[in-house]
Design a protein around this ligand. Structure first.
Ligand code: ATP
Ligand code: MG
Length: 241
């Protein structure tokens, strides 16, 4: 485990009703790092992010900067600086871009701060500024993902959880999105946990990566180590080494 662990997950189990999906997950993410979660469909990647944001039942411990998050409400976890961009984005389709962004500031007070943050988001995603009055449902897939991340950033998160940001997007748009995520991470020192099917892209921006299989971490290492692992390459990266 990293000595300066910002997010520490210990013996975490989680699931839905009687169905246990995660079985004793241990992992830690250093302050300001990007951590990639890889693994096949149904491995429990989404469930892991849901466990971190309080959306499913959990057993075990989750600590963010030393403070316990496990079994707190989603609202309490959000107020402690965790922002979750869910699979499928979770923007409010009938609301405009601006309304969606302002909703992201719900954990904050102070009008001036919110206005400054809108400017900040427009800096990362200039296209959103030209779409402020447009309803989210009429945005392109890439713009919707940008809006979802922009909305999450409105809460000035200390931990950003991204679930399959590349889903359904063209490669060029995905690359641009990952470039922006890295810029946000560098400029704001936001710690990021990203679940991603496009393992190559995720490993390009991550320092650490973990492979989840059937609710258990089966491999952990630096992004370089995971990329170099032959078995992982065959199973998840789609090529032979
Ligand atoms: N709301 C739910 N109720 C019951 N079981 C669920 C629910 N959501 C997910 N599951 C089950 O939990 C397991 C893990 O699902 P999860 O969505 O976490 O996987 P994943 O790794 O994100 O997969 P994918 O790559 O397809 O997104 C699956 O067996 C799934 O059927
Ligand atoms: Mg998923």
């Amino acid at each position: 485990m990293s000595t300066d662990s910002f997010l520490t997950i210990s013996d975490l189990s989680a699931g839905y009703g009687d169905a246990r999906v995660l079985h004793g997950v241990n992992l830690s993410v250093g302050r300001g790092e990007i951590c990639a979660i890889l693994g096949p469909n149904g491995a429990g990647k989404t469930t892991l992010l849901r466990a971190l944001s309080g959306a499913v039942w959990t057993r075990g411990s989750v600590r963010l900067d030393g403070a316990g998050l496990a079994r707190r409400s989603p609202d309490a976890i959000a107020r402690r600086g965790v922002a979750h961009v869910p699979e499928g984005r979770g923007t409010f389709m009938p609301l405009t871009v601006e309304e969606n962004l302002r909703l992201g500031a719900f954990t904050r007070r102070g009008r001036g701060e919110v206005e400054a943050d809108l400017d900040r988001i427009h800096g990362y995603f200039p296209v959103l500024k030209t779409r402020l009055r447009q309803v989210a449902g009429s945005l392109s897939g890439g713009e919707q993902q940008m809006l979802a991340i922009g909305r999450a950033l409105m809460s000035r998160p200390r931990l950003l959880l991204l679930d399959e940001p590349s889903l359904g997007l063209a490669p060029l748009v995905t690359r641009e999105l990952f470039r922006i995520v890295r810029t946000i991470n560098e400029q704001e020192r936001t710690t990021v946990v990203v679940v991603e099917q496009n393992a190559h892209l995720a490993l390009d921006i991550a320092q650490q990566a973990h492979v989840l299989e059937s609710g258990r971490i089966v491999l952990s290492g630096s992004a370089d180590e995971i990329r170099a692992d032959e078995q992982v390459a065959q199973s998840y990266l789609g090529y032979r080494v």
